[in-house]
Unconditional design. Structure first.
Length: 469
């Protein structure tokens, strides 16, 4: 096997990275003294070669048994075994996984055999893709590349080190999907053929969800992964609701980009570029954009010679729930997405109808506590940007509709949440006993507060009690 030195700039990046993982250099030296060879493997090597930030360190030690590696690591602190069948060790306080080479038998529940003297090709062949079947010797800084993964990286090609081993884990279809979106790479013909025929019926929702999260959170163009599912004829099986949007035409006056599927693909790429407070917020928006126009499947018809889709936001709710049920068990996420789907046309309606502050306040209340008007505005932004009639790339400008909706919500004081109620149950205990009637009065007081913009507690109390009489 041919070994090549990594470039000097990658070596410098790697050495700087390792400085953040103390005492990793001392561990490497100690392993070497014990007769072992330390390799950085997998995604970290791939990301180094792509010049993108490395998040996780997977380290494989050759030449030492798992027990010997554990003994070395214990010199530097407490050690835990993470997943006995996979033989991964974690040194407390050091965010890195340590393992020894292993070989897996065929089948859904393979027998794992640890072999510290397994040859490099045998150790790397179990990796899903050639771009992940890479290693760097952390003592010599040589690149280990038995399946030409560096070449595939350069040529944006996804290929399996071994087609039979790849096919043993059907989750790898979803891994290919998210790698396509994240790195804008294309599978080779053999990988397409394998993925087109793999039985994915046994994969748990939890495992599928992880891969979809990577697609939606880490991709610059998540549409590429979804379009690939369509190309290999798996979209209808995995997301039949989205598949049904193919060929659903739209009014070209508002949607010059084409059918609902094309619009959704542009919109989800637009959503991927927006700024988010955290991953949870981004997932909410990404899934909402993915589902926002599903209702056009049943709500689109021709009126006066033009295609209209009245009520498609409401029609999309059950379809969104069906789609999400196959991907996630996160009830709060689904609730938030459904709210965004149901209300995604409100920014347009509010601006066109010149809605007042009370309307924005009521809408914020309907969305709370799962989402905010600011998050809804992001869905609207992606929706507006997914309308490029000259290219598959989304537009980049922020529409006047979105800007005005945000400004009005901010002016009403509810862009980031609800207007807090002024009158509480305790404020009425001098005239109303605790119970259902008290609760109804407090609720009614809040409605008056939002509708009339009353901010004085005593005036609000007087009004709500006058309604009671």
């Amino acid at each position: 096997m041919k070994f090549t030195k990594i470039t000097s700039d990658i070596q410098r990046t790697l050495q700087e990275l390792l400085k953040n993982y103390q005492p990793i250099q001392q561990i490497i030296d100690t392993v070497a003294q014990a007769g072992g060879t330390v390799l950085l493997v997998g995604g970290a090597v791939r990301d180094l070669l792509l010049h993108i930030p490395v998040k996780d360190l997977d380290i494989e030690v050759h030449g030492l048994a798992l027990e010997q590696l554990e003994t070395v690591l214990k010199q530097f602190g407490p050690v835990s075994l993470v997943g006995k069948s996979f033989g991964v060790l974690r040194l407390h306080g050091l965010d890195a996984d340590w393992s020894v080479p292993r070989s897996d038998s065929a089948g859904r529940k393979p027998t794992v055999t640890f072999d510290p003297n397994l040859d490099l090709q045998g150790a790397f062949i179990r990796r899903d893709l050639t771009i992940n079947a890479l290693g760097i010797n952390l003592q010599t800084f040589e690149l280990i590349d038995p399946f030409n993964g560096a070449h595939d990286l350069h040529n944006k090609l996804l290929s399996a080190p071994d087609k039979d081993f790849f096919a043993q884990d059907p989750l790898r279809l979803f891994r290919v999907m998210q790698f396509i979106g994240r790195f804008a790479m294309q599978p080779d013909a053999q990988l397409n053929t394998i993925c087109a025929s793999m039985d994915i019926s046994t994969i748990s929702t939890e495992r599928i969800e992880i891969e979809f999260e990577k697609l939606l959170l880490k991709s610059a163009r998540p549409s590429l992964g979804i379009k690939w599912l369509r190309e290999i004829a798996r979209l209808q099986e995995i997301m039949p609701e989205l598949y049904r949007t193919i060929g659903i035409e739209q009014n070209v006056e508002y949607h010059p980009e084409g059918d609902v599927f094309e619009h959704t693909m542009q919109a989800i790429d637009a959503a991927a570029r927006l700024h988010y407070e955290n991953d949870q917020e981004k997932l909410l928006v990404m899934y909402a954009v993915l589902c926002h126009d599903l209702g056009k499947i049943t709500a689109s018809f021709i009126k006066h010679g033009k295609i209209v889709s009245h009520g498609h936001a409401q029609e999309g709710v059950p379809l969104a729930k069906q789609l999400l049920k196959r991907i996630t068990r996160n009830v709060d996420l689904v609730t938030g997405v459904v709210l965004l789907v149901y209300h995604h046309m409100d920014p347009l309606g509010f601006v066109q109808n010149k809605a007042g502050a009370s309307a924005y306040k009521r809408l914020a209340r309907k969305l709370a506590p799962h989402v905010t008007l600011r998050i809804l505005s992001k869905v609207n932004t992606a929706d507006q940007q997914g309308r490029n009639g000259t290219s598959h790339e989304p537009l980049t400008t922020i529409s006047d509709i979105t800007r005005e909706f945000i400004a009005n919500a901010q002016k009403a004081g509810v862009l980031e949440g609800i207007e807090q109620p002024i009158l509480h149950g305790r404020d009425l205990l001098d005239v109303i006993a605790p119970g259902a009637e008290l609760g109804e009065l407090v609720k009614h007081a809040y409605e008056i507060q939002l509708d009339q913009g009353i901010r004085d507690k005593e005036e609000l109390k007087r009004l709500v009690l006058s309604k009671k009489k």
